[in-house]
Design a protein. Structure first.
Lengths: 60, 203
């Protein structure tokens, strides 16, 4: 039982690939960061972002 | 985050970037505010480098140390100015990979702004956001193996039966009966399990 908890923690979170429409930087982001980017814009250049700029990354 | 291993990195002119290096550590030079001391791990067979000394030989790997001038535009100096320690630094394929933890979005933006000004080809590789702020989290690790198998069995049965609900889904006698044990035995197991769990959770 202890092992299964550790394994669950070790599992990589679902990530997304964000490509900024302005500075063209491509950044892998997790779910929480995805939400933040949609609210606040690109962390590098500040450009506003929509869902269309963030795609789900293929899981490893 | 990935930056060019060349200027304004302190590794410029020291290593060519083709050899992977990792476990980079850095400290102020003794009594000299204009200089920093850097140390890194790499293959032990690196060609002899000027001003770089081997400080520990691990066999196949070695720890190397060198001094470099403090450069205001260095990514390390930028993080210093923000009071953000470098979590991890490596060099691979000519790129300096820096990992750090920003405590809030304004700090992250400010650091990235300065990086962008100093290193135009800066790339942000990965951004992870903590799911809660440190103030909201107060984590403890509970090792369930502290509970005996019997204690876990009794605790599970009591929980499933609603013994801990309010109002109770089952009383001690009913749970004890479902386990085919005495009520006093049930109470002993529950008390022991609770004592162990609470002593872990409470300060």
């Amino acid at each position: 039982m202890w092992c299964s908890v550790v394994l669950a923690v070790m599992t990589s979170p679902q990530t997304h690939t964000f490509v900024c429409p302005e500075c063209r930087r491509s950044i892998e982001v997790d779910e929480a960061m995805r939400t933040t980017l949609l609210e606040t814009g690109c962390v590098v250049c500040g450009a506003p972002i929509t869902e269309s700029h963030i795609a789900a990354s293929p899981t490893a | 985050m990935s930056l060019s291993a060349a200027a304004p990195s302190p590794f410029d002119g020291v290593i060519d970037g083709t050899t992977p290096i990792y476990s980079v550590a850095r400290c102020a030079s003794n009594g000299d505010s204009e200089t920093v001391v850097l140390e890194f791990i790499a293959d032990a067979d690196l060609p002899a480098l000027d001003e770089v000394e081997v400080v520990f030989d691990y066999g196949a790997k070695a720890a190397y140390r060198f001094e470099a001038p403090c450069v205001e535009e260095s990514p390390f100096a930028i993080l210093d100015r923000h009071g953000v320690p470098v979590s991890e630094t490596t060099i691979r394929d000519g790129r300096l990979l820096v990992t750090f933890h920003a405590t809030d979005l304004p700090t992250l933006r400010s650091v990235l702004d300065e990086f962008r000004e100093c290193c135009a080809d800066m790339q942000v590789l990965r951004l992870l956001q903590s799911s809660s702020t440190p103030e909201e989290s107060d984590l403890v690790t509970v090792d369930r193996s502290e509970l005996t198998e019997r204690q876990r069995e009794v605790l599970t049965a009591a929980h499933d039966a609603g013994y801990f609900d309010h109002p109770k889904g089952a009383n001690a006698g009913e749970v004890a009966a479902s386990l085919d044990i005495d009520r006093s035995t049930f109470s002993e197991h529950i008390a022991a399990a609770q004592r162990k769990l609470l002593s872990t959770i409470l300060d």
